[in-house]
Write a protein that binds this ligand. Structure first.
Ligand code: AHG
Ligand code: MN
Ligand code: MN
Length: 337
């Protein structure tokens, strides 16, 4: 059998030995994510035909209008994980607080917690553009057998045991890492099977794509402004190409494959930026680092930041390592002047 025809199910079984302590629990967890992603993918493809576009009428804890598909994706992922009793807690962009899962015997016996952005780039849905899902998995730190606490969720990203994202684009691709490199699986919708389409993804050290919402340019820190000017300068392989989908998972997926940088910096209006540390930046940073790239908040490594709240925001710069290093240089230089 060639590598290309390997299914995600086969891949999970083959790589189970990567987790000597996992008892298949982490594999079952990835399994339920792939199932929920299939359901969401199916729904996304029918948007416009079924009543799933538009606002749900509620505002989430971030003060953002929830879209119907935000709610649907959130419920689909939560149900898939709760029904199979594989995690002891879930935190989501769409829920104010974390959810405790006791298990059928109310014994809180599961070891893992999951954090997620169930639908990333949800404003894209009404215009038939790509959306995604981002997820992060940790081992709980409080004792098995007791209810999870906030401490289990506020772990630094360097303790993630697995992380990944799904892009619902021209095809649906699930990309994940358990700390042994990054692999991508494309869904064949006719069969409902994911195939290993992108084995051992490595991000190029350099790239020529920069992704940032330049509408906020005037509000960015001087170091970021200078870097954007550098990207636009006519010199060597510059100007770089500007590409921005407005869905972190999709923008990063492209930059991961092609080489590039994604930035959601702080601004005078939003000093902590927009993206959420726990279920957007940390999982993407984990994937990018596993692929050989870097992720910083402008100054320090994202994965070393100790979170203080569930929905905490953080400025985010990630992608090809040389490009991220350059931003760090520009930030330092601007601060010294
Ligand atoms: P979400 O749809 O989960 O709220 O996330 C959207 C995020 C991120 O994915 C995207 O890159 C960014 O917000 C877009 O924000 P702007 O519209 O401000 O550029
Ligand atoms: Mn998001
Ligand atoms: Mn979202």
């Amino acid at each position: 059998m060639t590598r290309k025809s390997r299914t995600l199910g086969e891949f999970i079984i083959e790589n189970q030995s990567d987790f000597p302590y996992a008892n298949g629990e982490l594999s079952r967890l990835i399994n339920s994510i792939r199932l929920a992603a299939k359901v969401v993918s199916h729904k996304v493809n029918k948007a416009g035909l079924v009543d799933i576009t538009g606002a749900a009428g509620e505002v989430n804890i971030q003060g953002e209008n929830q879209q119907k598909l935000d709610v649907f994706a959130n419920e689909t992922f939560i149900n898939s994980l709760v029904n199979r009793e594989i995690v002891c807690g879930i935190a989501s962009e769409e829920n104010d607080s974390f959810i405790t899962i006791k298990g059928q015997n109310k014994d809180h016996k599961n070891k893992y917690i999951l954090l997620m952005d169930p639908l990333d780039g949800s404003s894209n849905i009404d215009v038939n553009a790509s959306v995604g899902t981002v997820f992060s998995i940790y081992r709980r730190v409080t004792p098995v057998g007791t209810p999870v606490t906030m401490e289990d969720f506020l772990q630094p990203g360097n303790l993630q045991v697995a992380a990944g994202y799904i892009v619902y684009g021209t095809s649906t691709i699930l990309v994940y890492s358990t700390g042994n490199g990054v692999n991508g699986f494309t869904l064949n919708p006719a069969l409902g099977t994911y195939y290993l389409s992108h084995p051992d993804i490595k991000i190029p050290e350099d790239g020529t794509i920069y992704s940032v919402n330049e509408g906020h340019y005037r509000r960015f820190p001087q170091g970021i402004k200078n870097y954007i000017k550098y990207c636009q300068e006519e010199k060597g392989n510059r100007p770089y190409t500007s590409r921005y989908i407005g869905s972190l998972a999709n923008d990063m997926h492209r930059n991961l494959l092609k080489g590039g940088i994604y930035m959601y910096p702080s601004s005078s209006k939003a000093p902590k930026g927009k993206l959420r540390l726990l279920y957007e930046c940390n999982p993407i940073a984990f994937i990018v680092e596993q692929a050989g790239g870097k992720a910083i908040d402008g100054y320090q490594r994202i994965l070393d930041i100790k979170p203080t709240e569930l929905h905490e925001r953080i400025p985010f710069v990630c992608g090809s390592s040389n490009m991220v290093d350059k931003v760090e240089e520009f930030m330092k230089e601007a601060d010294e002047n």
